[in-house]
Design a protein around this ligand. Structure first.
Ligand SMILES: Cc1cc2nc3c(=O)[nH]c(=O)nc-3n(C[C@H](O)[C@H](O)[C@H](O)COP(=O)(O)OP(=O)(O)OC[C@H]3O[C@@H](n4cnc5c(N)ncnc54)[C@H](O)[C@@H]3O)c2cc1C
Length: 404
């Protein structure tokens, strides 16, 4: 009998298991994958994720790896160039884009060294129930052996398609279609340890320096264009780079692609019910959005932090478990919804309007405003706050149009 069983051992699951195990709870962590292993991601850790990794004592391990520290973003919106680093309330000034083979291994080891029992290569099949209450899981090992384990709470941290959500019947409370699609690949020889981003003609391109001297090069485009892009991935990828920046295209052509292209058009936006009798969801399993604002890992870490504390409240008797889990879901929704709406807006990939181009030119004048603008996609500055009429008037009054 465990206190908690966590299904899925990446950003959301390993950290939930680690935090519970550190508080002395008996935790089982299962994943069908084995670690280290890769998963789809452009790797960038925003300041919120860095703050939590620091608090959990895991940043030193990232620093000890060979992913370069990132201290600058170079963002081009059509012809407006902004350079800075996303504003952070915690004063974070550097970040990383570690390979998931590296980051997820640090997380899973963090859970195991805190005392969680880790079982890799184990497929979750179904939940066990006593009446309406979830009381455990039925799983299958790679060798085909089926086993059951029981716990006071079962956590689904099993990603976008979440078999746990399916098993408990967690309905979607918000449901939006995929708006974009994406392809990326790893290149050597690109140099410069900065993140760059280009938005032009309904295309986004971004580069992220990562481990082993590689850079991840990402192309995002409207969802409807996926079949046409897929018909000639390399040709369309290079043509897109050329269309947004001839300089970047030349650097990529001079470098070497080291791995195959990875792509997806399965990028829906949704919230699922995140709790019920004896179960909870965390990370992508409970709340998914387009990757254009790179919020997934920050949300998974924040969700793990909030869920572990709610489970502790419930299991320690501070509150009835159901009340604690209901508060967790409410807090998650309140915190995530404004950023979810912003992400959906960005994912529409609307061309830059003349009004927005003037605003960007004014933002560029101040480093503080530039960093706060970059904080919009980092999730550290909320859109209603940044686009408040007073703030926009202040920025425009100090901009080049006002002073000319
Ligand atoms: C193209 C793309 C780019 C992205 N870029 C970024 C970025 O730059 N920054 C960022 O913060 N986020 C990014 N994200 C999002 C981020 O990768 C995810 O939000 C994050 O990894 C979610 O973590 P998770 O732990 O919730 O789920 P997952 O990482 O999906 O982990 C779920 C785990 O559950 C396991 N599992 C599933 N089913 C079962 C089963 N039946 N039995 C046992 N185990 C099971 C899986 O094996 C997996 O290991 C990106 C996503 C995409 C698609």
């Amino acid at each position: 009998m465990y206190d908690a069983i966590v299904v899925g051992a990446r950003c959301a699951g390993s950290t939930t298991a680690m935090l519970l195990a550190r508080q002395g709870y008996k935790v089982l962590l299962v994943d069908k994958a084995t670690f280290p292993s890769d998963t789809m991601s452009t790797l960038y850790l925003h300041p919120t994720a860095m703050t939590l990794l620091e608090r959990w004592g895991l940043v030193e391990q990232l620093r000890a790896g060979n992913a370069p520290a990132i201290r600058q973003w170079v963002a081009r919106f059509d012809d407006v160039l902004l350079t800075g680093f996303p504003w952070s309330p915690d004063g974070v000034t550097e970040s990383f884009a570690p390979r998931r083979t590296v980051l997820d291994k640090i997380l899973v080891d963090g859970a195991a060294s805190a005392g969680a029992v880790l079982r890799e290569g184990v497929v979750f099949e179904d939940v066990l129930r006593a009446g309406d209450v979830v009381t455990g899981v039925r799983c299958r090992t790679k060798a085909g052996v089926t086993f059951e384990e029981r716990a006071r709470v079962v956590v689904g941290a099993d990603g976008l398609r979440s078999p746990v959500a399916e098993a408990v019947g967690a309905s979607r409370t918000v449901d939006r279609p995929s708006l974009t699609c994406a392809y990326y690949a790893f290149y050597s020889g690109l140099g410069e340890p900065v993140c760059s981003m280009y938005a032009r003609a309904r295309r986004w391109v971004a580069t992220f320096p990562t481990n082993d001297g590689l850079s991840l090069v990402y192309v995002g485009l409207p969802h409807a264009e996926f079949p046409a892009f897929k018909a000639d991935i390399e040709g369309n990828f290079l043509a897109t780079l050329e269309a947004v920046s001839a300089e970047l295209a030349a650097r990529v052509r001079a470098g070497k692609r080291e791995e195959r292209f990875v792509g997806t058009a399965d990028l829906p936006g949704f919230f699922r019910r995140a709790h019920g009798a004896g179960w909870a969801l965390v990370g992508d399993a409970g709340y998914h959005k387009d990757p254009c604002t790179a919020q997934g890992m920050s949300d998974a870490f924040r969700g793990a932090d909030q869920l572990a504390s709610a489970i502790d409240d419930g299991l320690s008797g501070k509150k009835p478990l159901q009340n604690a889990l209901a508060e967790y879901e409410q807090r998650r929704n309140e915190r995530a919804m404004p950023m979810f709406e912003w992400t959906c807006r960005v994912a529409e990939m609307k061309p830059l309007s003349p009004k927005m181009a003037s605003l960007l030119a004014a933002i560029k004048v101040s480093q503080e405003d530039t960093n706060r603008f970059l904080g919009l996609n980092a999730g550290t500055v909320l859109a209603p706050e940044f686009f408040a009429p007073d703030n926009i008037a202040r920025i425009l009054a100090a901009g080049p149009a006002a002073s000319s």
